[in-house]
Design a protein. Structure first.
Length: 295
């Protein structure tokens, strides 16, 4: 590979490094700052003294969250919701995007269904009709209310549909010549060639299910059925009213503040997605089709 070593090229490389470094810093610093606040002492956090490193050291916020058995129950519900919701939504988006990506001569009512999808994406039926629909199906207080409540993300359907349309027609024609049917073409040709976009969409959907808290708030009547984000959103420091405080309660109030507790909530909520992302990152930078069509 020929490398340009002129002064302008070097200046351009240095500028790129500085710009990308600033972008990385803008992404990493909020995470680091949140972690530092969560483990700092109450007085330092409330005074706004925490900037680049924690001041003091206190794990009281994490103990306050983790020592509650409801935390683990909410964590398990969120794991179930994320796995089931991502699997179901990804399956529905692929099955919907595949026929919409076909030529109109193969699917004559394609444009009509496409207009319906776009209309539903732009104009929602409203919160109350959506809630009544979930209620009429007797899904309130169940994991399926959280899974099926947003089961078909239309924007992701459009992404996968456009990706399918850009695949070479020769792939489909070769599969038809070999005697493959629509299901075989989808699962043996289209899906293997679409791993990058499917991985990206799966990440979008999983992040939505993990971070979303409002559905759990209105579709769950009991705290035992809250997902993690709803549980964390509802979690507050219960400060007793009056003077009848035990020594343990005095100690807890002296070490814990809403700022450190909220930082701990945010940091705990981010960790699972930070763990999952590197495993999907390789699909974003890999080739779409390696040797699928020979020239």
């Amino acid at each position: 590979m020929v490398r340009n070593t002129t002064l302008g090229s070097r200046a351009f490389d240095i500028g790129n490094i500085i710009l990308l470094g600033l972008l990385v810093l803008s992404c990493v610093y909020p995470l680091w700052y949140t972690f530092c606040v969560s483990i700092s002492e109450k007085s330092a956090a409330n005074a706004g003294l925490v900037t680049l490193y924690p001041i003091g050291f206190s794990l009281t916020p994490y103990k306050e969250i983790i020592n509650d058995s409801m935390f683990f129950n909410a964590f398990w519900i969120s794991i179930q919701r994320t796995v089931l919701g991502t699997s179901f939504a990804l399956l529905m988006t692929v099955l919907m995007a595949y026929p919409l990506a076909r030529p109109q001569k193969d699917f004559k009512t394609r444009n009509m269904f496409m207009w319906i999808l776009v209309f539903c994406m732009l104009f929602s039926g409203g919160l109350i009709p959506w809630y009544l629909t979930i209620q009429n199906y007797h899904l309130i207080d169940s994991i399926w209310a959280l899974v099926l409540g947003g089961g078909v993300p239309v924007f992701d359907v459009i992404l996968i549909m456009n990706f399918f349309r850009n695949l070479p027609k020769e792939l489909n024609e070769a599969a038809v010549v070999d005697g493959a049917g629509p299901w075989s073409i989808l699962f043996r040709v289209y899906i293997p060639c679409s791993i990058p976009v499917l991985a990206a969409v799966a990440l979008f959907i999983s992040v939505y299910h993990w971070n979303e808290f409002f559905n759990g708030l209105i579709l769950s009547n009991t705290q035992s059925s809250y997902p993690l984000q709803t549980y964390i959103q509802q979690l507050v420091v219960n400060i007793p009213v009056g003077t009848n405080l035990t020594p343990e309660q005095y100690k807890k109030l002296s070490e814990l503040s809403n700022r450190t507790l909220n930082s701990a909530k945010v940091f705990i909520a981010m960790v699972p997605m930070l763990i999952v992302y590197p495993f999907l990152q390789k699909y974003f930078v890999s080739g779409i089709m390696l040797g699928a069509v020979k020239e």
